[in-house]
Each structure stands twice: as structure tokens, then as C-alpha cells.
Ligand binder design. Structure first.
Ligand code: SF4
Length: 102
């Protein structure tokens, strides 16, 4: 299991759909069919891939992905470059992670 101290989510209401985040961190960000972007946990870090697309797993503020320490610099860069300012990085909250599937 990957070490992780932070989590990330996207406010899809503010996403412009340019895809810059995925260009920078393709293991953490993924385009959805409706042209908005969502977060993901990749199997290379977590053993199983989960895409927080509002179908297989919740999106928005409940679709929080754990950020592997190895991806942290790229995730921070993506948040800095995001024109919608909608990539939210927060300290890992075990309760929020546990509630993702509820
Ligand atoms: S960089 Fe920001 S605005 Fe652009 S697709 Fe990603 S989340 Fe959306």
C-alpha cells in the first residue's frame, strides 16, 4: 500500500475541462465522458484502480482520492496550474475516506 498523507478532490462545478491536470499527473486525474475531470487511485499505487466518476465511486467532495507520496509533487503542480482553481488538496481524513462508499 502506498504511503499517503493527503487526499485530493475536484469541484466539478468549477472545472473548465482543459485536461491540464491529467497531463501533469495521469495516475491521479482522469477525464470523464461529460468533459469534466475526476480523481482516481491507480492500481500501481493501491493495488486496485478506483475512478471517482460519480458512477463506480462518488465524485465531488465525497470522491476523495488518497494521494500517494510519490505523486504529491505532480498533484500540487496540477492544482497550481488548474485554471478552474478546483483541485482541492487536504490532509488525509480517515473518516472521509471511509465514507466514500456510503
Ligand atoms: S486542470 Fe482543473 S479545470 Fe482543468 S481539467 Fe483539471 S480539474 Fe478541470
Amino acid at each position: 500500500m502506498a504511503d499517503n498523507k493527503l487526499m485530493v478532490w475536484i469541484d466539478q462545478d468549477l472545472c473548465t475541462g482543459d485536461g491540464i491536470c491529467q497531463e501533469i499527473a495521469p495516475n491521479v486525474f482522469e477525464g470523464r465522458d461529460d468533459g469534466l475531470w475526476v480523481v482516481r487511485e491507480d492500481a500501481s499505487h493501491f493495488g486496485t484502480t478506483i475512478v471517482f466518476d460519480g458512477n463506480a465511486a462518488p465524485d465531488g467532495s465525497r470522491g476523495v482520492a488518497r494521494v500517494p507520496d510519490a505523486e504529491l509533487a505532480d498533484v500540487v503542480e496540477a492544482a497550481e496550474e488548474c485554471p478552474g482553481e478546483c483541485i482541492m488538496i487536504e490532509p488525509l481524513d480517515p473518516e472521509a475516506i471511509a465514507n466514500r462508499g456510503a
